[in-house]
Design a protein around this ligand. Structure first.
Ligand code: FES
Length: 184
């Protein structure tokens, strides 16, 4: 609040232009100069927006760095997931690939057909759940839906497909060969 009100026109100092003494008691008890109030509010809002934008930019950089680091660290070494005979048609198996914290899901969609994806939803990383009968993977967090055959988003907030795990077979086992990151 300004120290003196003498040099500020009354119409500016008080909202209705009446002298300060005629203002309601609540305004006299807590006088706020309207021009200063606007100025402070705008300045605070600008400060807030700058801080939020900065935090957002830092967050984006962090996510990008982590994903680049994981990609660089990722190994293309193949890994056995499960024996073919252990997964019934319509069944699913959770596994980690290529690193222990990279959760994935393998689904046997037909007698001779397996698909595997990262099980982290591409919206906010909730775990997706296969629904073989409906031919989709469901994300329970915000009703995201992915095509089981391709991993592409069908409905809900996700816009990017699930990373696909390339599969092979080795001595009766399903083997993870690599992870295919996709943007479309
Ligand atoms: S986290 Fe999957 S839809 Fe939001």
């Amino acid at each position: 609040m300004a120290e003196s009100h003498d040099d500020i026109p009354l119409s500016v100092l008080t909202p209705d232009g009446r002298p300060f003494e005629e203002q309601p008691k609540w305004r006299r008890d807590f006088p706020i100069d309207v021009p200063e109030d606007n100025h402070v509010a705008r300045r605070d809002f600008t400060k807030f927006m700058v801080l939020v934008s900065f935090a957002f930019a830092v967050g984006q950089c962090w996510i990008w760095l982590m994903s680049a680091w994981r990609r660089a660290r990722g190994t293309s070494a193949s890994r056995r997931i499960v024996a073919v005979a252990e997964v019934p048609v319509g069944g699913a198996v959770s596994f980690s690939y290529p690193n222990p914290h990279d959760a994935c899901v393998l689904v046997r969609t037909a007698a001779d057909d397996f698909v595997a994806y990262s099980s982290k939803c591409t919206h906010l990383s909730c775990a997706v759940i296969p629904d073989v009968t409906a031919g989709v993977l469901r994300c329970p967090c915000h009703h995201g839906l992915f095509d089981l055959a391709t991993g592409r988003p069908l409905a809900g907030p996700p816009r990017r497909p699930l990373p696909r795990v390339q599969l092979g077979r080795e001595q009766g086992y399903i083997v993870a060969l690599n992870v295919e990151e996709r943007t479309t």
